[in-house]
Design a protein around this ligand. Structure first.
Ligand code: NAD
Length: 340
């Protein structure tokens, strides 16, 4: 049986990526919607053949508990709303996918994890890269030491924001932060899968060149990390640059993905002259199918809540370092959130 997913928040990501990704999924399908915009109800019901009984708004959402057609609730709202809706979904007895960043604080990540544990439901974060074959090829090459030991990793995850200055991503109360909360979590992730380990310390700097536009949220952040095997890493995340790349330097060669964090097709190459190449598939389809299989068969959860929480611990350490003039902040993460 395909598991029924209800998308909460029908913004650009739900409309452009998740709903189309679900059309071809093998283990799940778009069964329901939760929206605060009545005009979208009819449009989505028609386009995706969704019965009225599976349509909710933010007020009557909790009654989704009585709807057996919905197995998974996927929260695709502005970041500061993730915790509330994930916790409500767990209380309704539904498995939960929480978009990235998992929340706007470590404390909120803890609250989501606890609610899911208490309700005995599964939880994952919308980290589509963890189901992407290019990402997994980098993980394999690093793990098997194909090019020797990793000594240095560098990743960029950025785009230039020029649109509406009142958008929620630039509003701290809704976003929790700027580039770091938006694209930065991808750069943190690729530093981690580029070395195969969690960082043991981080230092960071913030740069601001368009303060009239980025009034409340960070524009550009650079961070440096140390890893337990001696490797060092750096990342740049920005709302005022183009960056979509991972470079992994090893003792006997290198691995590069460019583009690395976008929806694909991605591209990669290695120092031996080979290309990294896979047929293009919707990352979102792969991600949701992986989670549905995890629920059905107990297979690996490639993006567990613990991974989202770990990244938020690093985010908070980066902001702390910036507040403290670039001071190195030690991290004690062990293997937290590493899925092997
Ligand atoms: P969006 O602005 O396009 O959509 C946001 C949705 O939330 C809209 O349907 C809007 O109506 C609704 N909403 C409810 N209350 C709101 C409020 N107070 N202010 C603004 N909108 C409100 O945003 P999006 O790009 O779809 O992003 C939604 C979430 O998905 C974010 O957490 C974002 O980080 C995440 N996302 C993840 C990826 C990915 O690659 N995994 C890509 C894009 C977005």
């Amino acid at each position: 049986k395909k598991l029924g997913i209800a998308l909460v928040g029908l913004g650009s990501y739900s409309e452009g990526q998740l709903a189309p990704g679900l059309v071809n999924a093998e283990h799940c399908y778009l069964a329901g919607i939760v929206t605060g915009t009545p005009a979208k109800e009819k449009e989505w019901m028609e386009r995706y053949d969704i019965p009225k009984a599976n349509v909710y708004n933010y007020e009557n959402f909790d009654s989704i508990a009585e709807n057996d057609a919905i197995d998974i609730v996927y929260v695709v709202l502005p970041n500061s709303m993730h915790a509330e809706f994930c916790i409500r979904a767990a209380k309704a007895g539904k498995h939960v996918i929480c978009e990235k960043p998992m929340a706007v604080s470590v404390a909120e990540c803890d609250a989501i994890i606890e609610a899911c544990e208490h309700a005995n439901v599964k939880l994952s974060v919308g980290y589509r890269m963890q189901s992407d074959p290019f990402t997994n090829e980098v993980k394999r090459l690093v793990k098997e030491k194909t090019f020797g030991d990793v000594t240095y990793v560098s990743s960029d995850a950025s785009y230039i924001s020029r649109g509406n200055p009142d958008q929620w991503r630039l509003n701290r109360a809704l976003s929790g932060g700027g580039a770091l909360l938006n694209m930065g979590v991808y750069a943190i992730q690729s530093n981690i899968y580029g070395t195969g380990t969690n960082p043991i310390s981080v230092s960071a700097q913030e740069f601001s060149t368009r303060p009239d536009y980025f009034k409340e949220t960070d524009e550009t952040i650079m961070a440096q990390m140390k890893f337990p095997n001696g490797a060092v890493g750096q990342l740049c995340t920005s709302h005022n640059a183009r960056g979509n790349r991972l470079y992994v330097s090893c003792t006997d060669g290198w691995i590069e993905l460019n583009p690395c964090h976008s929806y694909g097709p991605l591209a990669g190459r290695t120092s031996d002259g080979n290309k990294i190449s896979f047929p293009h598939k919707s990352q979102q389809m792969l991600q949701m199918d992986d989670f549905a299989q995890h629920i059905k068969t107990g297979s690996t959860n490639f993006a567990p809540g613990e991974m989202g929480k770990r990244d938020m611990i690093i985010v908070e350490a980066i902001y702390q370092s910036i507040r403290e003039g670039g001071k190195t902040i030690p991290l004690d993460l062990g293997d937290m959130g590493i899925v092997r």
